[in-house]
Design a binder for this molecule. Structure first.
Ligand SMILES: [Zn+2]
Length: 444
């Protein structure tokens, strides 16, 4: 028996390259928050279900110009960096880390500060149509539990990580795990506290989170690989984000960054690695073999990535790819903005940027992706990475949805035009409602 029926025009992913349009459909959601049926007007049950839902006051009818979309899945975001989103992006990386990021993250030993930031941050993600987020916390178990609590209270599906960073060479004295042993104990304590606390809507999953290879000792990396196996948990980190990170792994281990992660048991089918702008063909093959997903963070990559991830090629080869905002390497929590940047960056990769070079030597041919593919990354691609039945408007998926108002269209636009306009022009103010597990968790 459905507890909610949403009636309206909807867009959902058909495959990596195409969008499906459902005109005047009924999305029927059961009392556990799953989509149990999607009916179109031609279906013989359509009228009966519509009338019953209306009688039982279980019907939401979208207004003219509104569309139903799957909620977005942000595969890579640093929750404690929310207060500095949009700051220091003109500074060199060392300043960005040492003057801004590390001092800010260190402040999360104060739970009151953590509560203030995380309450606002979770609300902001929902307000931008994000229904699932894979998040880094800090090294503080108590503050990370505040983030877990905000996800549950506000209804965001959260994958939350206790960050590990114990390498004295690459972390400041005031913000570091004092030893690998202490770091691993904190990670395990966090896992146990999340798993022991009530979660009636099944919203939060703890995540094994080495900050990245440079900030961890060998002992910590090995221990985290073992913890991930022991508790069968997802893993998140960064891989080959920049020239510096790639070279660091070679200098310290004589291996590529991806190979180091694999060596320590951190490239698994449940792992999500951010960026990957400097991955070699061999690294990509390794990720593919291990079924490890890449979180593409196109806005952040402009500032810190030293290159553009070849998304089109990765998808063609069968790598798992989703989309991340990477607050605050990226300045916006909006995956709409990241969808746009993913398309724009792919076009620049195709054409190249140095007009002094001969045309045929400027870019990487056939690298462009469309808005439909970028939408796939933000929805079904992210769900695939997380093994989550979500990211689509389809039977058997979680009812994680957003209601969006399209900007004025002139004449008689095609559905393809309407979709493209939604991808390019939707802002938070246009997002009228957000559902997670069929519950209305945000309304505007
Ligand atoms: Zn990151």
């Amino acid at each position: 028996m459905e507890s909610l029926v949403i009636r309206g025009n909807a867009f959902t992913v058909q495959d990596k390259y195409h969008v499906q349009y459902l005109a005047d459909c009924l999305v029927c959601i059961d009392s556990d928050g799953w989509i149990e049926r999607v009916l179109v007007p031609e279906d013989k049950d359509y009228e009966r279900v519509l009338i019953a839902a209306r009688q039982h006051h279980q019907l939401r009818e979208l207004a003219e110009g509104e569309y139903l979309l799957p909620g977005f899945i942000d595969l890579h975001v640093h929750a404690p960096q929310w207060p500095q989103a949009g700051l220091a992006l003109d500074r060199p990386l060392a300043d960005w880390l040492n003057v801004y990021t590390f001092p800010l993250e260190a402040r999360f030993n104060d739970r009151v500060f953590a509560r203030k930031v995380y309450k606002d941050f979770v609300r902001t993600l929902l307000a931008h149509g994000t229904t699932t987020a894979m998040m880094f916390g800090t090294i503080h178990v108590d503050a990370n539990m505040v983030l877990v609590d905000e996800c549950r209270q506000q209804g965001l599906r959260g994958y939350v990580g206790q960050v590990t960073m114990d390498n004295p060479d690459q972390t400041p004295d005031y913000y570091r795990d004092h030893s690998a042993e202490e770091a691993l104990a904190a990670s395990e304590q966090f896992i146990q506290r999340v798993q022991a606390s009530p979660d009636p809507d099944d919203l939060v999953t703890p995540v094994i989170t080495p900050r990245f290879v440079p900030s961890c000792t060998d002992e910590a990396l090995a221990g985290l690989g073992q913890l991930a196996a022991k508790y069968d948990l997802p893993i998140q980190s960064h891989v080959s984000e920049s020239n510096w990170e790639s070279q660091y792994a070679i200098d310290r281990f004589g291996m590529h960054d991806a190979e180091v992660l694999d060596h320590f048991g951190l490239l698994t089918a449940r792992a999500v690695m951010a960026h990957g702008t400097q991955l070699t063909d061999g690294d990509m093959q390794l990720l593919r073999q291990q079924q490890t997903a890449i979180a593409h963070c196109p806005i952040s990559n402009i500032y810190f990535g030293n290159g553009v991830l070849p998304v089109h090629r990765l998808l063609k080869m069968g790598n798992k790819v989703g989309l991340g905002s990477d607050i605050s390497g990226g300045y916006t929590p909006s995956l709409y903005h990241n969808i746009r940047q993913a398309v724009k960056s792919s076009r620049m990769l195709t054409d190249g940027v140095d007009s002094k070079r001969p045309v045929e030597q400027r870019g990487v041919a056939n690298s462009q992706i469309t808005a439909a593919t970028a939408f796939y990354l933000a929805t079904a691609g992210g769900a695939h990475a997380l093994h989550l039945a979500a990211g689509r408007i389809a039977v058997g998926c979680r009812a994680d949805l957003q209601v969006v108002r399209a900007h004025q269209m002139w004449g008689k636009p095609s559905t393809a035009d309407t979709f493209e306009r939604l991808m390019y022009q939707t802002e938070a103010a246009d997002i009228k409602g957000v559902y997670v597990n069929g519950h209305l968790v945000y309304e505007n």
